[in-house]
Design a protein around this ligand. Structure first.
Ligand SMILES: *Cc1c(COP(=O)(O)O)cnc(C)c1O
Length: 339
């Protein structure tokens, strides 16, 4: 067990000591249980399998120089999961239960929280599924809420390096009044084909436009988009994007360091005016964007001439990471220390 090579962790799944589960039956959640099996036993007619009653979350725990383990903004993830529950008619997971189970999953798997120097962290994956048997299209009466954790490597092995992204107008991820604002598996299924095509063509991600008019920027697959211009942090307001907790945090830090923050529809052409652009989410905090190719329009927008991240992205990235690892004081109350 002491053979984990922390500095060479990938993003794959690694088995840990246990996961934590609670079951919703007869209108109540059960006391959380720890479980060593990585498998679920499901009824073949469970609604998660047929009608997409599935939502998930993603957050991280970090080990600081002081050896303490810090979980970043878990309350926000609890609230967002509740919004997903309402969106696809699932039983609500109370904030208190969510937080208690996150803490339990991390405490029981402490030894998998990577050491500070590795730049790695413990990824926490809460999952909620409809488990009741239903053949007609209808929500389940029973649910399983489970949380597993897995150590993940530092996102930027070769440093904080910009990558190219692509606009593919022949694909949409989410519809304006559909499920784009909630974290459900169906949105990811809808993005797999375009994502794979983008990777084959050498792009790191797809930048989606609004599905209705194809005029405005939505988001980058599993990450929100932001641009920097004239000391302003600009990020889309849209009816089909997921409210990223990383983006919300970066907006607050941007204001703190003296930037103006604008959240509004961003026309595609405005890409030409940005000095820096990035994708943001839990996995990488910020993935700086090298260039965006709008394939069918034959246009290309470049953000980095020297292949390096811009100074504002760099500053925001380091500031957020410093809070997560406990190198900077937690003045907004974003951190929960695991005792
Ligand atoms: C999870 C997710 C994000 C990033 O959200 P964070 O809370 O910052 O991790 C962005 N877009 C989509 C579609 C997502 O599912």
């Amino acid at each position: 067990m002491n053979t984990i090579d922390w500095s060479n962790l990938s993003f794959g799944y690694m088995k840990t000591d246990c996961n934590v589960r609670s079951y919703y039956r007869d209108g109540k959640w059960s006391e959380p249980e720890t479980e060593t099996s990585e498998y679920l036993t499901l009824h073949m007619a469970a609604t998660c399998l047929h009608y997409g009653q599935e939502a998930f979350e993603g957050l991280k725990a970090f080990r600081g120089k002081d050896g303490k383990i810090r979980i970043f903004r878990m309350r926000e993830n609890a609230l967002r999961l509740q919004s997903s529950c309402r969106g696809i008619m699932m039983a609500d997971v109370p904030t208190e239960l969510f937080e208690r189970m996150v803490l339990l999953a991390v405490e029981k798997n402490r030894r998998f929280v990577p050491p500070c120097e590795s730049g790695a962290s413990l990824y926490i994956r809460p999952l909620l599924i409809g488990t009741g048997a239903q053949v007609g299209v209808k929500q389940s009466k029973e649910y399983t809420f489970l949380i597993f954790v897995t150590p993940t490597g530092p996102y930027f092995k070769e440093g904080f390096k910009p990558t190219p992204m692509v606009i593919m107008r022949e694909y949409d991820r989410a519809a304006p009044l559909g499920t784009g604002t909630i974290k459900v598996g169906g949105n990811y299924a809808a993005s797999l084909r375009s994502g794979e095509k983008a990777h084959e063509m050498g792009y790191s991600a797809v930048l989606y436009l609004d599905a209705k008019e194809k005029k405005y920027i939505d988001e980058c697959g599993p990450a929100n988009f932001f641009g920097i211009r004239d000391n302003t942090y600009i990020t889309p307001r849209s009816e089909s994007i997921l409210p990223s907790i990383t983006n919300k945090s970066l907006m607050q830090l941007a204001e703190e360091i003296g930037l103006t923050v604008e959240r509004r529809p961003i026309p595609v052409e405005e890409l030409a005016t940005f000095e820096e652009a990035g994708a943001c989410g839990t996995a990488a905090v910020i993935s700086p964007i090298l260039r965006i190719d709008d394939l069918s329009e034959n246009k290309s927008y470049e953000f980095s001439k020297d292949g390096k991240a811009g100074p504002v992205s760099e500053k925001l990235y380091h500031k957020l990471r410093a809070i997560q690892y406990g190198d900077e004081p937690d003045k907004y109350g974003w951190i929960t220390v695991v005792e």
